[in-house]
Structure formats: C-alpha cells, structure tokens
Design a binder for this molecule. Structure first.
Ligand SMILES: Cc1cc2nc3c(=O)[nH]c(=O)nc-3n(C[C@H](O)[C@H](O)[C@H](O)COP(=O)(O)OP(=O)(O)OC[C@H]3O[C@@H](n4cnc5c(N)ncnc54)[C@H](O)[C@@H]3O)c2cc1C
Length: 207
C-alpha cells in the first residue's frame, strides 16, 4: 500500500482479511465513492462486513492494535479531506441491510438506506416513517444522531437499538436507554456502533 498509519504490516492486514470473506478488505479505497458529496481521498484500509458476527470479529481484531477506526454508513454527514483517512474505515452498507416487516413492526440492519426503508414501509401500508424518505443516510447513521425531518425523528419510531461496543460485544438498548435528544443519542458518548433496530410504526393507508 502507498500510505498507511505505519502499524499495518502485511501480517496485520492478513489477520484482518481472515475476519471477513474474500474481497471485503480493500486498500487505498477512494472515499469519494462513499460520501454523498463525492469528495475525499483514500482510506488506508476499507472493510465492509456483512453481518454482526463479521463486524464483531473485525472489532475484536482491531482492538489489538492502536490503529484509528472510523465507522461510516452512507457518508451523507461526512467531509473527507483530499489526503484521505489514515487507519481503518468500516462501512455498514450493502449486505448489512436486511429488513423484515411483521405487521406494523420493522426489524432492520444498520446498513439499509433510510430512504429505501421509508419506501418499504410505505409499500407495506405503514405510517409514521414518511419523514425519513428524503434523508440520504443509512439507518445506522440516523439511529446515532436521531435524524429527522418535517417534525418526525427517529426517537418517535425506535423501539430498541442493538449496539456493539468497540470490543465487538452487543447490547440491546431500549428507546429510553438511547437518551435521545435533538440530533443526539448516548452513542455519541459511548462510542458504540448501531448495528440494527426495531421500529414501531402504525397501520396506514397506501395512496
Ligand atoms: C442533502 C442532505 C440532506 C440531509 N437532510 C437531512 C435531514 O433532513 N435530516 C437529518 O437529520 N439529516 C439530514 N442530513 C444529514 C445526514 O443524512 C444524516 O445525518 C444521516 O443520519 C447520516 O447518516 P449516514 O449513514 O450518511 O452517516 P455517515 O455520514 O456515514 O456518518 C456520520 C457520522 O455517524 C457515524 N456513524 C455512521 N453510522 C454509524 C453507526 N452505524 N454506528 C455508529 N456511528 C455511525 C459516523 O462515524 C460519523 O461520525 C442530510 C444530508 C445531506 C447531504
């Protein structure tokens, strides 16, 4: 690799590659491909886990060395400099985006696009998530910052959020335990990663 934080030896990178299926660890990944504004230089190492188990393995491995780690979703609230990002970027996106709908209840993984989830809810004649249709982020990013629009916000629909700490351990936080406030949640303080959520919607009428 051309540039890295100096700690990433070939052995270290191989250990990281062993955490996820082939092709999910990339070097010198152009961050412009992963930000809404299509700006930003290369990340030293870019990892795309497709399950909580893979993410947990990656985090447990990364915890062994002091290499900077940035979690991203759809990059709609990120400006990356031309010089790029030193360390490891972990993206929760494609493959980390399973959704199930049972009645008025949605269970979804963090990587699903918020707008796509809003449309899925509408197609299932569910109400209460229309506000999210124009927000260009991921569910994970929205859960962390209590994204909202048009008077609606995530804290109005969240039942629980599965949160992974930097050691790869998961705990389920209730809505109250998320300590939601305006564009804020407790995850800003704990550094946990939102990996999925249960959302309570209402029966609506599809027009
Ligand atoms: C054109 C435009 C319109 C927008 N409109 C709105 C709006 O109406 N309402 C609104 O609230 N916001 C809006 N935003 C801001 C943005 O879409 C939201 O903040 C969104 O929730 C960010 O999600 P993301 O997946 O893109 O996060 P990213 O940009 O990828 O990351 C943003 C931050 O969240 C952290 N993060 C991301 N995913 C996770 C995760 N799973 N766990 C822990 N931390 C995580 C990252 O580390 C980073 O610090 C808008 C942005 C743009 C560009």
């Amino acid at each position: 690799m051309k540039k890295n934080s100096g700690l990433m030896t070939p052995e270290y990178l191989q250990g990281l590659r062993d955490c996820v299926p082939a092709g999910q660890v990339r070097l010198n990944e152009d961050m412009a491909l992963h930000t809404t504004f299509r700006l930003g230089g290369p990340a030293d190492v870019f990892v795309c886990p497709t399950s909580a188990d893979e993410l947990s393995a990656v985090l447990k491995y990364l915890a062994k060395q002091p290499i900077p780690l940035l979690i991203i979703g759809r990059g709609s609230n990120l400006i990356v400099r031309d010089g790029g990002i030193r360390g490891v970027v972990v993206k929760l996106g494609e493959g980390f985006d399973h959704v199930t709908i049972e009645g008025t209840y949605i269970t979804a993984e963090a990587g699903v696009a918020l707008a796509a989830l809003s449309w899925k809810a509408a197609e299932a004649s569910l109400a209460g998530f229309e506000f999210a249709a124009g927000i260009p982020g991921s569910l994970g990013g929205a859960l962390v910052m209590n994204a909202g629009a048009y008077g609606g916000e995530m804290c109005q629909v969240v039942d629980w959020v599965d949160c992974m700490d930097r050691g790869g351990n998961v705990r389920r936080r209730s809505n109250a335990e998320m300590e939601y406030a305006y564009r804020h949640s407790i995850l800003h303080d704990t550094d946990e990663i939102a990996i999925g959520a249960g959302l309570n919607l209402r029966a609506g009428v599809r027009e």
